[in-house]
Design a protein around this ligand. Structure first.
Ligand code: ZN
Length: 317
């Protein structure tokens, strides 16, 4: 540091410098905790009893998204006994890595208490998740795209979801963007075929922030830790980029950002430490319904599909 700094500056700097170093050391300490897949089954606690039973589908573009963006699905299971199924939209594009990624995904879903469905790729008939999932293929390969939409719509028909989670359309990664498009098309097809009037789609973010999220889900440290237990089962992915170790930092920053982007510029900070941000939209036929104002749910306030329906689907009721 420059010799011209004052003594007062130096003493204040020393305090913050030490604080930043403590934070880095604390975050880094997560890197020494074992990653998976773990030989013993990691069985989480069961959630609240479901009354009435509800079904939540998480459409994960890659194995690990169900852990990193799935806080709301996990809270719905724990708080209201919702049955959650992860749909593995892809097992990644590298064919040589798919067996490893499936093993990690099975272990992660077990640790979350989620069921797992791996779609059949129509072109091969293999339960491999979808191949060549890219946004432009909706235009360039309409027949193949529609076959994948049809397969996903059939899964929706079988699973009868009350709520679906999938990435928002600007989530940077092409597989995330294509997953959004595929899920939206499949919801449209499912609603038309089943004569169901509407369905909530909860959009997730990971690579690019949602511009105007309308739901801030507060999380207890226990829920964040449950997510990390499961994320760490994707040992191969986490060794490439330690998303699991950094997860808590992202959830903390979401409270800073969400307090204003959900409730308006200059709004007060929400009084909790960890949150995930979502955008709840309601698909009715081929249209999106206008969404009501943003909501926050505190970490200790139980969340249910009924709560989401009350605030976003039937806000006038
Ligand atoms: Zn992903």
């Amino acid at each position: 540091m420059s010799e011209t700094s004052s003594t007062a500056w130096q003493s204040r700097f020393d305090l913050w410098h030490a604080q930043v170093q403590r934070i880095i050391a604390t975050v880094d300490s997560g890197a020494s905790i074992a990653t998976g897949p773990t030989a013993q089954a990691l069985t989480p606690p069961s959630g609240a009893a479901a009354a009435p039973p509800t079904k939540v589908l998480f459409c994960a573009p890659h194995p690990d998204d169900e852990c990193l963006s799935g806080a709301l699905a996990l809270r719905l299971r724990m708080d209201s006994g919702a049955s959650v199924t992860n749909i593995a939209i892809t097992l990644g594009s590298d064919l040589g890595q798919r067996a490893r990624r499936l093993a990690e995904l099975q272990s992660a879903c077990r640790a979350l208490g989620f069921a797992l469905v791996v779609p059949i790729e129509p072109a091969t008939g293999l339960p491999s998740g979808f191949d060549h999932l890219e946004p432009e293929r909706r235009q360039t390969h309409p027949a193949e795209w529609h076959a994948q939409v049809n397969e996903l719509a059939l899964i929706f028909k079988r699973e009868k979801p009350d709520l679906i989670l999938a990435p928002h359309v600007q989530d940077f990664n092409t597989t995330h963007v294509a997953t959004h498009m595929l899920v939206t098309d499949a919801i449209t097809e499912y609603l038309e075929r089943s004569a169901i009037p509407s369905l909530p789609l909860v959009e997730t973010e990971f690579w690019h922030q949602i511009e105007r999220p309308n739901l801030m889900v507060g999380l207890t440290p226990a829920i964040a830790a449950m997510q990390i237990v499961a994320a760490a089962e994707h040992g191969g992915e986490m060794s490439r980029n330690p998303y699991h170790v950094l997860h808590t930092c992202r959830l903390m920053d979401n409270v800073r950002r969400g307090s204003e982007v959900v409730f308006g510029q200059g709004a007060a900070a929400q009084p909790f430490k960890l949150a995930e941000l979502y955008n709840v939209r309601v698909r009715k036929g081929r249209q999106w319904l206008p969404t009501p104002p943003g909501q926050a749910i505190a970490p200790e306030q139980p969340v249910s599909v009924a709560w989401i329906q009350r605030h976003y689907v039937f806000p006038e009721a």
